[in-house]
Ligand binder design. Structure first.
Ligand SMILES: Cc1ncc(COP(=O)(O)O)c(C=O)c1O
Length: 490
């Protein structure tokens, strides 16, 4: 089979052309039974391939036909032994990675700044996380990845760990020395699981960081939908056999997956793989050049700083993805969220994310000089409008609190007897729920951690800046759910 072929998408088209009379779900029957306004908007083509796993169309849970062939082509393109399609986002693929190596009581080494899906899987599986402190960038107020030394130290102390999970690259596009981390973990016979949510494209261009499969990792959960051109929610799980069994991984993925798998999502993975494999290098090259141009322009604007290769040189900042534009706005005396809102209201520009100090914009093959120019022009205006604040010279202090201590395993805390206490009276208690800012979805608290004043203040600062703090049952954050304490009876 050639990478130019799309067995799944082509198979669906063939089926559609036969125009079968359908007595199966979905009940909208090619759109005929659907709200006419939505049907007209989305179009009959999309609705005609919104199908389910009837036998000519194969079955994601036991692929033997067109899905199997599409997954084999993907494996070849990504340098994996096996590729499994996920219709549950990268979150589903990440949960599969964790749950296929670690069971109740097993140790798994993870950076503390993991996506919530890792922590959810740790709660579901009953595994014990061994946290590694990520490297903190005090200038930018963001976390990077973990270093090979930290992995070595963790494995020396916990050689019985069932896996090492690495985020590579980070949301901000920063990569560690993944090859070295893999070599260290493999010297202990421990598999490496990579959260590659932000790195589907890196495999296809030699100027980008090494991909998980290139570095020899055992599994990688890769968001094709984020930067690889497929529809939102569609991802892949790449597997290298040896320390993990592909059959077991597939069984776990199946347990975590809906039986009503969307063929629109699956077909979009098939065509995205074709585009990446056959034209990826050329398209990504164009995106890198456009991002480099944009970065240079932004760095000429007073009070703004767009991160470039000068960030490299530490073990945690071993390589980076130049298509990510991390723009530090703190010199303007504004938060990243202020700038996000200003760009929305004044210029109809939407950024990827903002935090207290930065905005993140991504450049992909979908962008042209026109969009990049609009961003640069808007940022010039921003700098001019707020330069009076910057000239006052108040240097903002970057606040990034320490990671709280873990008193109970996340699962024990999640299932423990709990009570609700006022937010301001919660310091010193053990939290029973997640608190995170989304995006990027990195927990400030995970169940089992001891609440500190410093972390409560960090939550308040994020709330005051208008950032989306999520997780607790009480979404007003007036209260937090904590482990119940029994006072001695007098
Ligand atoms: C680092 C990281 N991992 C995993 C995910 C989950 O990906 P998905 O939204 O495809 O489930 C995200 C999503 O933003 C992420 O930022």
């Amino acid at each position: 089979m050639s990478q130019l072929e799309t067995p799944l998408f082509t198979g669906l088209l063939k089926h559609m052309k036969k125009n079968p009379v359908q007595f199966h779900i979905p009940g909208h029957k090619k759109g005929a039974g659907m709200d006419p306004e939505f049907r007209a908007f989305i179009g009959d083509n999309a609705l005609a391939i919104d199908l389910i796993n009837i036998s000519p169309l194969d079955d994601l849970h036991h692929p033997k036909g067109m899905i199997k062939r599409a997954q084999e082509l993907a494996a070849e393109a990504f340098g994996a032994d096996y590729t499994f399609f996920s219709v549950q986002g990268t979150s589903g693929a990440i949960m599969t990675m964790v749950m296929s190596v670690a069971g109740p009581g097993d140790k798994i080494i993870v950076p503390r700044n993991v996506h919530k899906s890792v922590m959810s899987a740790i709660v579901f599986s009953g595994a014990t996380p061994i946290f590694i402190h990520p490297e903190i960038d005090k200038e930018l107020g963001i976390s990077h990845g973990i270093t090979p030394q930290a992995v070595e130290k963790a494995l020396r102390q916990h050689p019985d760990a069932k896996g090492v999970l690495v985020i590579n690259p980070t949301y901000f596009g920063i990569a560690g020395d993944l090859k070295k981390i893999v070599d260290i973990a493999h010297s202990y016979n421990v598999p490496v699981l990579v959260d590659e949510a932000h790195g589907v494209h890196i495999h296809f261009h030699e100027d980008l960081p090494l991909s998980a499969m290139q570095a020899g990792a055992d599994m990688a959960a890769t968001s094709v939908h984020k930067l690889g051109g497929s529809l939102t929610q569609s991802s892949i799980l790449n597997v290298r056999e040896g320390l993990v069994s592909a059959k077991h991984v597939q069984a776990v993925l199946s347990m975590l997956t809906t039986t009503s798998t969307s063929y629109l999502l699956l077909a979009s993975l098939d065509v995205a793989r074709k585009q990446l494999a056959t034209k990826g290098r050329e398209l990504i090259d164009k995106a890198i050049r456009l991002a480099d141009w944009t970065r240079r322009q932004i760095n000429e604007i007073p009070y703004l700083y767009c991160v470039g290769e000068e960030i490299l040189g530490t073990e945690a900042t071993y390589d980076y993805d130049p298509t990510k534009l991390i723009i530090s706005v703190k010199e303007l005396g504004l938060t990243g969220h202020d700038v996000e809102q200003w760009l929305r209201e004044m210029h109809n520009i939407e950024v990827e994310l903002s935090d207290l100090y930065n905005i993140l914009c991504i450049i992909t093959p979908g962008d042209t000089e026109r969009e990049a120019g609009l961003l640069v022009e808007a940022l010039r205006r921003l700098s001019k409008q707020f330069s009076h604040q910057a000239e006052k010279g108040v240097k903002p202090k970057v606040l990034l609190p320490d990671i709280p201590a873990l008193a109970l395993t996340p699962r024990d805390a999640f299932y423990a007897e709990t009570e609700v206490v006022p937010f301001h009276e919660s310091a010193g208690r053990i939290i029973a729920e997640f608190v995170m800012v989304y995006p990027p979805g990195i927990p400030i608290f995970i169940p089992g951690e001891i609440i500190t004043e410093e972390n409560l203040k960090y939550i308040e600062t994020n709330l005051a800046a208008g950032l989306p703090v999520q997780g607790p049952e009480d979404d007003t954050l007036q209260t937090l759910r904590v482990i119940k304490e029994y006072k001695p009876i007098r």
